[in-house]
Design a protein around this ligand. Structure first.
Ligand code: NAP
Ligand code: ZN
Length: 347
């Protein structure tokens, strides 16, 4: 099958480690399903894997990609009771856990120490014509949800959903600052926040991306500079935002701590621009700020996102679409930060 994989990791140029070529088609184990991928999406995670700095390093060759939607091709052994029929349209919940620790037994997969996402060793990734996944990870896709829209959901939109509504606890009428306007998670936060009746502010390094944030429904978008904290506090009646979602890290951390209200929450799903800003613990304790790390979300949350598309409430922002064989161009866009939302690969 055609696959997009890391043929090496580390070094100066992560994109030099990317190869598109033929690899053996997987054969499904008992309890697992083989999915014929129709659309997959890129995530910054794929760049971390090529850099050799992801949380679960891989041994090349290793297929990249966390997100896929497609059709059930086959099951290894008997399909579990209630499983989607062969040929059914599905989106893949990308988290695989041990299944028997206390967290797994309590149906809290994010607490499992064996937590792995598709593409994290030993799991092969989704940027291929076929991907193997536990049968329990298949989520049914109604006909009105396109494969491309569905492929946006499992990582970026799921992470944004949990960051906003679970970790930050945002409710209608509250406010959020989304750092970095243009990325997959950031655009998902703007769209989902707006949909839920939350007032969204955003920042970006780039003027055109700030305009994009406003087009998507942000109340206002600001450059990444110190004065922006004053502007956000002013816009929120002198208080500051209820929450910040900061996937950028070092370039925006100071602004996050200044713009959040006393007693507010700074949710951290990632750190694209560097993971070690000065912590400024004085600001955190003196103003009772909660710092909430977050990763991915649950199967139920993924189902809710599918429903939001099916009912017409949500349309994920897709910035560009490429064929699987043209993955190098798609990766170059992401590495250069030229994206506008999600990048789709059609298989
Ligand atoms: N914890 C989880 O479960 C989880 C899930 C998904 C993603 N993540 C992490 O969240 C981050 C975003 O992921 P993504 O897939 O949305 O990535 P992406 O699409 O590549 O987004 C990059 C974002 O970073 C912003 N950015 C600002 N300053 C930057 C800088 N100096 N260098 C690079 N980017 C900068 C960009 O904003 P502007 O260009 O508009 O300024 C853009 O919003 C990544 O670090 C990823 O690993 C974590
Ligand atoms: Zn477990």
């Amino acid at each position: 099958m055609l696959a997009v994989y890391a043929s090496a990791v580390g070094g100066e140029n992560p994109l030099a480690n990317l190869t598109v070529g033929e690899l053996p088609t997987p054969v499904s184990r008992p309890g697992w399903a083989l999915v014929r991928v129709r659309a997959a999406s890129l995530n910054h995670h794929d760049i971390w894997t090529l850099r050799g700095v992801s949380s679960a390093p891989v041994t090349p060759p290793h297929i990249l990609g966390c997100d896929a939607a497609g059709e059930v091709e086959a099951y290894g052994g008997e399909p579990p009771t209630g499983a989607a029929a062969v040929g059914a349209r599905v989106v893949v919940y990308p988290i695989v856990t041990c299944g028997h620790c206390a967290a797994c037994l309590a149906d809290e997969p994010l607490g499992c120490r064996s937590f792995r996402m598709l593409s994290e060793a030993p799991l092969a990734g989704a940027l291929a014509e076929y991907v193997e996944i536990p049968a329990a990870n298949l989520v049914a896709l109604p006909d009105q949800v396109s494969f491309a829209d569905a492929a946006c959901l499992p990582t970026a939109y799921l992470t944004a959903y949990r960051a906003l509504f679970v970790r930050a606890g945002l409710r209608p009428g509250m406010s959020v600052l989304v750092q970095g306007a243009s990325g997959g998670v950031a655009t998902a936060c703007i769209l989902l926040g707006r949909l839920a009746g939350i007032t969204v502010y955003s920042t970006s390094r780039d003027e055109a991306k700030r305009a994009l944030a406003v087009d998507l429904g942000a109340e206002a978008a600001f450059p990444v500079e110190r004065e922006t904290a004053r502007a956000v506090i002013g816009a929120t009646g002198g208080v500051g935002v209820d929450a910040v979602v900061d996937t950028v890290g070092e370039p925006t951390w100071d602004l996050s701590l200044r713009a959040v209200k006393p007693g507010g929450v700074v949710v951290v799903p990632g750190a694209t621009g560097g993971a070690n800003p000065p912590a400024q613990l004085n600001r955190i304790f003196f103003r009772s700020v909660t710092i909430a790390g977050t990763t991915m979300g649950t199967r139920g949350e993924l189902r809710r996102l599918v429903d939001l598309i099916a009912t017409g409430a949500l349309r994920p922002l897709v910035g560009s679409t490429h064929q699987l064989r043209d993955a190098a161009a798609a990766f170059a866009e992401m590495a250069a930060g030229e994206l506008r939302g999600k990048i789709i690969l059609e298989a």
